[in-house]
Design a protein around this ligand. Structure first.
Ligand code: NOJ
Ligand code: CA
Length: 700
């Protein structure tokens, strides 16, 4: 293969043969990428990791509307190499510094289509833990490109094991399936979920980030970085050749992306590690994004919050104030409407939450169902459901803000858009202005239902553009954003650190998902950025909500462990005050656990089985450890050699009781305290569906 590339390059590169180097190797030499043109003049690459070809020769290119495809006839005009080694400081994160160390190669190419010469460059970067590339369309004679398909292949080196969710233009809210690539077709879960907006496109389509394991035990992950002004990429598998091809979310007219030159596509990324923990630890996705675009980030704060939320999700109370449906918000008179008596966001209840949040050291309180329109929102594809500024009659926004402020709590705004992007964009200025007026500094937005205008999907180019526009506009107004049902993140929080959270996966709102789920998310969904997973459920039997027959499939120690295993600068204590009040000893961990870290280490992990992590608080010398396991119990020993040698710490250990079990005995936990040093080892027991959490408080 190498010889063929070299020969072709020599034949085609304009007199540059001797300087053309078609191989790019990582700084430590473990990852290497080869590039060349096929005999038809199509770009092609392959990737080797620790001597194993993890990506076999894979072709690259595009189909264009009304123009010859960008898949043949290319010649290489220039190849340039360079490297970078820099360290940057994230505004928030798992570590206080991030090293960005790579070798890079840009291949400039051109293709003749009649009299038109099209130019396309491919920029490659190779890191010690992966490889990435993006297409660059320089300024040229063709001013606008209309992409009808991106044809980037990722040819697998074998029938790898994958942790996958079905390719879908609208939702990532699925449980993961673990299978061989060859088994995906037979297991495709097209009808498994019943999401209000769902568009599966192929029985072998999967979403990124896609976690993989080779038969030799290497771990890979395929994702994209810096998704800007372009549709989200899924992957479609040819399960005969084991080759993935990029599959972009379409626009309503069936084309995929339209852009003007100059333009850079998102990065296509292959992460690689010889341990599962390498995939958890890699920062490639953030490193591929641009540095922070905001001059002032002093207003961006990691946040621990509670919410008037779980009581609606479980069905104990309602978002809506009345039971009336089908009306026009502009003319409906709420003062004459009959209250349904179940409205959660009422003055007295909100005050109760404010009191509890303030007494327990929280920063913020989310309140959903505070604004008019909820009677008429669910799955209706109605353009105008919410105006984002009018409170319900029993929610005194001014008085509640003053009360919250007097207690040191900020209220977190909630904007459910009902999927109507046009309506949200029409109201966005006034919605953010209301927040500024009352001093709200964070918004949870949401895009439930089919996206409007009709024909758009959650992950199509126009929607992707909207989500980032909303984040940029929020940054102008010093507002942090936590967007649910938006496109899954691709590291844009490096550039716009006010994007403090996304959902874009199954979170706690799915009440009885399998215990394995939380051992997979950090390998997949979290690679692009933090998730508002909303852990911390303490009352597992949900029958406190009339008619709810479900129960949470997790132990209490598991729920505590998530605050460490599932990194996010935004962590919710999702259960209700009255449930925490019954178990204040366990709740102490949620009070204590930080949301910003100077150092993080993944001790051991296997996707779908377990994760154990330790982190150091950014604002003290205290350490925290957490672990979660799937439906299998697990015993291990945690070596405390991460602690500072010579210091003594008081360890508070929140563990599963010996008879705890996620289904039969989920609320059985034991809390013990002991003094430890870095020379100690702690035995850890995790029950089925369980976990553990430990705080290590340094003694002066
Ligand atoms: C779905 C979100 O994920 C959930 O957190 C929210 O409560 C509902 N939509 C209502 O907006
Ligand atoms: Ca959701």
């Amino acid at each position: 293969m190498m010889n063929r590339f070299t020969l072709i390059l020599c034949g085609l590169a304009l007199g540059a043969c001797s300087s053309v180097d078609n191989t790019l190797t990582s700084p430590d030499g473990n990852v290497s990428l080869s590039f060349g043109l096929t005999s038809e003049g199509q770009p092609e690459y392959s990737v080797t990791f620790l001597g194993e070809q993890i990506i076999k020769p894979s072709t690259m290119g595009f189909d264009l509307k009304d123009a010859a495809p960008l898949t043949s006839g290319f010649k290489i005009d220039k190849v340039t190499h360079s490297q970078a080694d820099e360290t940057w400081t994230p505004v928030w994160g798992e570590n206080s510094e991030i090293r960005n160390h790579y070798n890079t190669m840009t291949v400039s190419m051109s293709q003749k289509d009649g009299d038109t010469v099209r130019k396309m460059d491919i920029e490659f970067r190779v890191y010690d833990d992966g490889a990435a590339f993006r297409y660059i369309f320089p300024e040229q004679e063709t001013k606008q490109f209309v992409i009808t398909d991106e044809l980037t292949q990722m040819a697998m080196g074998g029938d790898y094991t994958a942790w996958w969710i079905p390719g879908d233009y609208d939702t990532q809210e699925y449980e993961y399936t673990r299978s061989l690539l060859s088994e995906i077709r037979g297991l495709s879960t097209k009808d498994q979920m019943n999401n209000v907006s769902q568009s599966v496109f192929s029985p072998t389509g999967v979403q990124t980030s896609l976690m993989l394991k080779t038969p030799s035990g290497k771990y890979l992950n395929l994702h994209e970085a810096a998704l800007i002004d372009y549709p989200a990429m899924h992957l479609n598998l040819n399960d005969t050749t084991m080759t993935f091809t990029s599959w972009l979310t379409p626009s309503p007219d069936g084309t995929k992306a339209t852009f003007h030159t100059p333009f850079k596509t998102p990065w296509r990324v292959i992460m690689a590690g010889d341990e599962a923990t390498d995939i958890l630890a890699t920062d490639i996705i953030y490193n591929l994004n641009d540095p922070c675009a905001l001059d002032d980030t002093s207003w961006i704060h990691p946040t621990k919050y509670m919410g008037v939320w779980w009581e609606m999700i479980t069905g104990k109370s309602s978002w809506a104030y009345t039971d009336t449906e089908n009306f026009d918000l502009a003319t409906f008179d709420y003062s004459k409407a009959k209250p349904n008596g179940r409205h959660g966001a009422n003055n007295a209840n909100v005050r109760r939450y404010i009191d509890f949040a303030a007494d327990n050291g929280f920063d913020q309180l989310l309140i959903e169902g505070w604004n008019t329109g909820w009677e008429d929102w669910f799955g209706k594809e109605k353009d105008f459901v919410f105006d984002f500024v009018t409170p319900y009659p029993d929610f005194d926004i001014k008085a509640l803000n003053e009360y919250a402020k007097s207690k040191g709590i900020k209220l977190m705004m909630h904007h459910e858009t009902s999927g109507s992007i046009p309506n949200y964009e029409r109201h966005l200025d006034q919605a953010y202005d209301l927040m500024n007026h009352y001093g709200y500094n964070a918004v949870k937005s949401g895009y439930v239902g089919n996206i409007l205008p009709k024909g758009q999907n959650h992950y199509s180019q126009a929607s992707v553009r909207h989500y980032l526009d909303a984040v940029k506009k929020a940054a102008d107004k010093h507002i942090m954003v936590n967007a649910h049902e938006a496109v899954r993140p691709t590291g844009l929080a490096r550039t716009y650190p006010n994007l403090v959270g996304n959902e874009s996966a199954m979170g706690t709102e799915y009440q009885n998902m399998s215990p394995a789920h939380v051992t997979i998310l950090p390998f997949t969904r979290l690679k692009g950025g933090p998730m508002d997973f909303t852990p911390g459920i303490f009352e597992m039997d949900l029958s406190f909500a009339p008619g709810n027959t479900e129960h949470k499939r997790a132990t209490i120690a598991n729920q505590l462990g998530l605050y460490v295993t599932m990194y996010s600068p935004l962590q919710m204590a999702a259960d209700m005050p009255e449930h925490y009040a019954k178990k204040m000893d366990a709740f102490q961990f949620i009070r204590d656990v930080p949301v910003d870290w100077s150092e993080s280490h993944y001790i051991d992990a296997e996707p779908g089985e377990f994760i154990i992590a330790v982190r150091k608080d950014k604002n003290s010398d205290n350490w925290f450890a957490g672990g979660v396991t799937n439906a299998d119990a697990r015993d291990t020993n945690l070596k405390l050699d991460f602690l500072t040698p010579g210091s003594t710490y008081e360890a508070t250990i929140y563990a599963d009781a010996s008879d705890a079990h996620f289904d039969t005995n989920p609320e059985a936990y034991i809390i013990t305290k002991q003094q430890v040093t870095s020379a100690d080892t702690l035995p850890i027991h995790m029950a089925p569906g369980g976990g553990f959490a430990i705080s290590f408080v340094i003694e002066e």
